[in-house]
Design a protein around this ligand. Sequence first.
Ligand code: CAA
Length: 379
Amino acid sequence: MDFDLTDEQKMLKKTVRDFAEKEIKPTRAEFDENEEYPIDILRRLGEMGIMGMAVPPEYGGSGADVISYAIAIEELSKIDPSVGVAVSVHNSLGCDPIVKFGTEEQKKKWLPGLASGKEIGCFCLTEPDAGSDAAAVKGTARLEGDEYIVNARKQFISNAAGADLSLVFVMTDREKGYKGISGFLVPTDAPGFSRGKKEKKMGIHASVTMEMNYEDCRIPKENLLGEEGDGFKIALWALDAGRIGVAAQAVGIAQGALNEAIAYSKERVQFGKPISSFQAIQWMIADMATEIDAARFLVYRAAYVKDKGGKFSKEAAMAKLKASDVAVNVSRDAVQIFGGYGYMREYPVERYYRDAKITEIYEGTSEIQRLVIARALLR
Ligand code: CAA
């Protein structure tokens, strides 16, 4: 077993870290405050090959391994978790399903634009009554001649603000339950598509989250991904991959918060000494770092299993369960180390704490991750 990153992975880590430090850090608080979607940053990440990491080079991507993908998401999230999730959703839920399930025509049509970051992808599964119970979607699509007519109201959609292409899951045959769900590639300039309410969230403010509405929205029948009825399995496969991205995002949040806490503890003087000299702070920092390493190894293990081509649902769920828990605990402790200053928006740690919470919720709550893990162990 080799715990070292390859030279390419080390170089990628440095490149993304430098970009995040120089280009994202100076404006992250402003983007958070203004709830502004970082589209220009995403375009530049596209030029660096970060928006098509799993897309094969023949379709314009960088064809990177999954560990490299996790490294990139961690480095971005360490500085700004909103950018991290935008990149993760675009790659794992926007590009990956087309790479895995798309026809040659669909790959040629959509992947080059997405991989270059000139176009942004999003994933539309959640509805008002279909959250954890993803199979309960009510949206529909029916075939009329050469077109499908899609009707759906999708909510809590990450990347909605910038999306050019949505992957939408709706019922094509309600009688069949989850076997009647199909996935469609719907461009956001299709007639009948509109964006709805912009959500006001606790954290990840710059990852603008909106409703997406499809009203008699007409798309060519070639935009069906896979076969009719394949949608639920496509969605769950994509979410397995997406969970590695969210887990990497959570590790990034925790590491970012720890870095801030270490730096502050060395500068902050109380009782005549830097607070880093007190054992209470030292033990907190030691526990935070140990937990982050444990979470990171689970992320790399899940990425490794996916890279090998094996089934990785359980490993991805374990990584997300652990990493999201670590992100919440470590960012809370970072606020504690900052004391009163930590509670102020002028300092970055309260933002990490707000941003961390969603990692326990989206792409499957911690309870759903436990369900996935338990089912894998008990079947
Ligand atoms: N991959 C492929 N197929 C899978 C699968 C997987 N990981 N897990 C299950 N399946 C298949 C099963 O084999 C079964 O098919 P067969 O009958 O042919 O064997 C079928 O799917 C149904 O499986 P279940 O009976 O297990 O389905 P369920 O309804 O009981 O449970 C669930 C499924 C795990 C609870 C699932 O609904 C789930 O993951 N829910 C959470 C939804 C979620 O993560 N939403 C996130 C929204 S997107 C988002 O958050 C993005 C963002 O903004 C950042």
